[in-house]
Design a protein around this ligand. Structure first.
Ligand SMILES: Cc1ncc(COP(=O)(O)O)c(C=O)c1O
Length: 411
């Protein structure tokens, strides 16, 4: 088979999805799991998640179109939504998380005075995304005036987060709710003399604004959207924790808020669902020595396994071929069974620098300890998150994806 190629393992994806769902059932009750399409948008993967009842989070027109026939609450995020994207998302009844005043203007122009429920993205740290807290008053006013009702607050804070980082974000979100409580609940009595109050000018502004919101009701929070952030399985193992630890934090910090506002939680998981659901098979093309190093040059490099994915890739050798016996009809007797290389057959192990085929000095993937020869196949695990979508076509085409045939690959 032409290398390199990805192998999709739907049974791993299904297991990951069901695990996440059972934690949601145990800790959240009301929730929406919306898979983040940019993590990997392979059509078979979308099909599998759709059959499992997943919702989807899109970040562009192409991604909206991938799920346009799936009639569930789908979400559109992104800081550069065009009018065309917004129109398609509205036609598909997606929940749009507005990211800027400019975007609100575009939405207002499109809806021409009709009512619309939207979400807004809020940044609790400096970034190009969403609104900062000081802009909320203006956001609510604009929504008030223009028939927009805010039903979702979106707080994606990062990816591959450690437990501590996740907790810090939840602390920030709980503080946000404490601070904005009156506006969000719209349940304040009239308040007209700030000078008689112990409240700061800022708090007074928030409260008096809350009165205004109450009458026009531009905010009725149904969802708190926490975005992504759960680390992939391999990282969880390295961090010495498990997914349930993250859910325990979720309940610790958000239970009260959930009850008070009567909201559902939206999660937009990406890598935790798909990272280990894909392998890559690549071939050793050249073994060479120079500058006292031995290089194993593969036919996949940083074009397929980019560093920006923040994933840890796991390399192992698959080089021992046996005739495939179990299903000769289907495979015409030509296929081979691949098994992991067993080091007892090997000479003394040595160290290789695993490099890719590109004409870039930094096309280096890592080090490999063992025995390699030209034409050996290398299995790379944990490549499901971002690798396929970020793979660049430079000198070589994007690798294709095969669905795993359990009978063929045992490695
Ligand atoms: C808005 C949003 N939601 C969800 C995700 C998925 O994150 P993860 O892969 O960490 O689950 C991302 C990724 O960056 C994102 O930007």
């Amino acid at each position: 088979m032409q290398t390199p190629y990805f192998i999709f393992k739907p049974e791993v994806l299904e297991k990951n999805f069901n695990e996440l769902k059972s934690l949601c059932d145990k800790y959240l009750n009301n929730y929406v799991v919306a898979y983040s399409l940019k993590t990997n948008s392979y059509h078979e993967l979308i099909k599998t998640l759709n059959s499992l009842g997943s919702h989807f989070e899109a970040a562009s027109l192409d991604e909206i179109n991938l799920v346009k026939n799936i009639k569930r609450l789908n979400i559109l995020n992104g800081p550069a939504k065009t009018e065309e994207e917004l129109k398609v998302a509205l036609n598909n009844k997606s929940l749009i998380n507005a990211d800027s005043f400019s975007e609100l203007d575009k939405i207002i122009k499109i809806i021409e005075g009709k009512k619309l429920e939207i979400g807004i993205r809020i940044s609790l740290k400096e970034s190009k995304f969403g609104f900062d807290e000081t802009q909320l008053k203006e956001v609510f006013e604009k929504c008030n005036k223009n028939n927009l009702k805010i039903i979702s607050l979106h707080f994606h804070c990062g990816t591959q987060l450690s437990l501590k980082e996740y907790e810090n974000n939840l602390i920030k979100i709980s503080k946000f709710f404490e601070k904005q409580d009156k506006i969000l609940l719209q349940n304040i009595e009239s308040f007209d003399k700030p000078q008689n109050s112990k409240l700061s000018k800022k708090d007074f502004d928030a409260i008096s604004f809350g009165n205004e919101v109450k009458s026009k009701s531009s905010i009725d929070i149904k969802y708190i959207n926490l975005g992504g952030g759960f680390p992939e399985k391999l990282k969880l193992k390295n961090l010495g924790c498990n997914l349930e630890d993250y859910f325990k934090l979720l309940t610790e910090y958000l239970d009260k808020i959930k009850k008070k506002y009567n909201v559902s939680i939206i999660l937009e998981p990406g890598r935790v669902l798909v990272a280990d659901a894909f392998d890559l098979i690549t071939k050793v093309i050249t073994i060479k020595n120079n500058f006292d190093e031995t290089y194993a040059i593969l036919d996949a490099g940083i074009n397929v396994l980019p560093k920006v994915t923040l994933s840890n890739y796991k390399f192992s050798k698959l080089n021992q071929f046996k005739e495939f016996k179990t299903n000769p009809d289907r495979l015409d007797g030509k296929e081979k069974l691949l098994v992991n290389d067993n080091s007892k057959f090997n000479k003394k192990k040595q160290e290789y620098i695993l490099a890719g085929p590109l004409l870039f000095n930094n096309d280096i993937l890592g080090r490999f300890h063992g025995n390699l020869k030209e034409n050996d196949l290398i299995k790379v695990e944990n490549v499901g998150a971002y690798c396929y979508n970020l793979a660049w076509e430079i000198s070589y085409k994007k690798p294709r994806i095969d669905k795993k045939d359990k009978n063929i690959f045992k490695g």
